[in-house]
Design a protein around this ligand. Structure first.
Ligand SMILES: Cc1ncc(COP(=O)(O)O)c(C=O)c1O
Length: 409
């Protein structure tokens, strides 16, 4: 006999169904790609009501589009999974992770100060150091894994409007105590924004730990196949209104294209399956690398040697995602040879694709970052980043073995 439960669906079931709302006029199973720039009004009154907000309805795809909205609902369901006040949140989809992050920072921190983690994705770091100050947003980048430093920085900058961090920092793999940080941030009247790209909502949901805004490069694990560039924010509808976020997105023009939103939504449905394999593989690869005498240090939150292992263990679910950073005994020269000698792994930036990617942060993803800050944040010249795919771990390890062996020649 089948037992009927009234419990909410599991996270995995939710990923498969998230975002579904309506059947279109032809009964299409998938929400179609509404590949249109504009929408037709029945009469002038309807157009007037749509513009004034008195009536629902689509106007123009830079403002909103049914395919994009389905992805927004889906992402919101996943990032707010398990929250009691889920209905109070909304997703907003952008054409890239950087469009989501920059629009989110501009709308929440205009005229104020941002305190951000020192180790961040290179373009986010560059935006905070170079462009944000030109817009009247002052910034400081500090080590947020030490919440005492945050308290000092908040005292120095009473006009702080936003604190910004990554749930697993790119590429140092630093994990911060989001719960403690959110309490400090809120006591100081500021907001906390967490880029959850590396962990994905499968492993960690920052809103449940007190964050106000979650940001994503959906290009990575959420899309999952490396076929689309995209970004997203998930936050309370009230906050969207308060900081005029929809107006900023409309006038900065960063919304996603319908075709990209469609592809991202297809990818999202297999998130749990893929993340399970990414994280199982990454742990095996990290353990192997740590045991190899040619490898100096491995950074992966699932290793007991990771500085925030205990914390990561207490806040992550079902593993620690798929990215590993490591440094070889021979430093940069050995790292370069290793990256040139891999055969199965692909030498390319990005992460979250089904295949394993390897890259050199200091000369690639983080080359745009202030050099001094890069060193201070622990992104050394010799650091190699491996985004472990969903191949079988034994094959990824065998490829690394042959590349490591080639260093002995
Ligand atoms: C952690 C993180 N955030 C944001 C971004 C920017 O995303 P996108 O390339 O989609 O603009 C990246 C890109 O690599 C990233 O790794």
């Amino acid at each position: 006999m089948v037992t009927v439960t009234k419990k909410p669906h599991s996270f995995n079931t939710t990923t498969v169904h998230a975002g579904k709302k309506r059947k279109d006029q032809f009964g299409s199973h998938l929400v179609p790609i509404y590949q249109t720039s504009t929408f037709v009004f029945d009469d002038v009154q309807q157009g007037r009501d749509a513009f004034s907000g008195e009536a629902d309805g689509h106007i123009y795809s830079r403002l909103g589009n049914p395919t994009v909205e389905q992805l927004e609902r889906a992402l919101c369901e996943l990032e707010t999974y398990g929250l009691k006040d889920q209905d109070e949140y909304s997703g907003m989809v952008f054409g890239s992770g950087m469009a989501a992050i920059s629009t989110g920072i501009i709308s929440t921190a205009l005229g104020g100060h941002v305190i951000a983690q020192d180790a961040l994705y290179g373009c986010t770091s560059q935006f905070l150091k170079e462009e944000a100050p030109l817009m009247g947003i002052s910034t400081s980048l500090i080590d947020l894994s030490d919440s005492f430093l945050l308290e000092i920085e908040l005292k120095k900058n009473p006009n702080t409007k936003l604190v910004y961090l990554e749930s697993i920092a790119n590429p140092t793999m630093t994990v911060c105590d989001i719960k403690v940080i959110s309490e400090i941030v809120h006591q100081n009247g500021a907001l906390l924004m967490v880029d959850n790209t590396f962990a994905s909502p499968y492993h960690l949901r920052p809103l449940s730990l007190g964050a106000d805004i979650v940001a994503h490069s959906t290009t990575k694990y959420l899309g999952g196949h490396g076929s689309v560039i995209g970004g997203a924010l998930v936050l309370k509808k009230e906050l969207i209104e308060e900081v005029s976020l929809a107006k900023f997105r409309k006038n900065l023009g960063g919304i996603s294209a319908p075709q990209d939103a469609f592809l991202l939504h297809q990818g999202l449905k297999t998130l749990s399956l893929r993340m399970k394999k990414h994280s199982e593989n990454a742990l095996k690869v990290a353990q192997y690398l740590e045991s190899h005498d040619g490898v100096k240090t491995v950074w992966y939150p699932g290793l007991e040697s990771h500085p925030q292992y205990e914390l990561a263990n207490s806040i992550f679910e079902n593993g620690f995602s798929g990215v590993i950073s490591f440094e070889l005994v021979g430093g940069y020269t050995s790292g370069e040879r290793l990256m040139n000698n891999v055969k199965l792994c692909t030498l390319a930036v990005s992460l979250g694709t089904v295949d394993t990617l390897i890259q050199h942060p200091a000369s690639m993803t983080h080359s745009v970052m202030d050099e001094e800050l890069r060193e201070k944040a622990g992104i050394s010249e010799g650091l190699v980043r491996l985004a472990v795919g969903i191949e079988d771990a034994e094959d990824i390890i065998a490829d690394l073995v042959q590349a490591l062996d080639s260093l002995k020649d």
